[in-house]
Design a protein around this ligand. Sequence first.
Ligand code: ZN
Length: 94
Amino acid sequence: MLTAKVIRYKNNSQKRFVCCGECGLNYSHRDYNILLEYQKLIYIRYKGESKKEETLCHECFCGKVQEMCSLEDGRVKLVDGGEAYILNFNEYNG
Ligand SMILES: [Zn+2]
């Protein structure tokens, strides 16, 4: 099962940025903390096909996961701090 992690920053920096590796969407850590709090945006880190860590926004991540569903079982373990959730993307494939 693919494991992915919700990115959370402890700092509130306006000079450090998080950027989606796919669409290039980027926010300062400070703005991202606010968007995350209101559940508007989630950046997710996971190991892609190349075994290299990738950072994606949740929209791009959902797209990627659906591409990978043919290889995986369609389920993703999403780790957020000390908690873990199992997301089932099979439902998306109709
Ligand atoms: Zn993106």
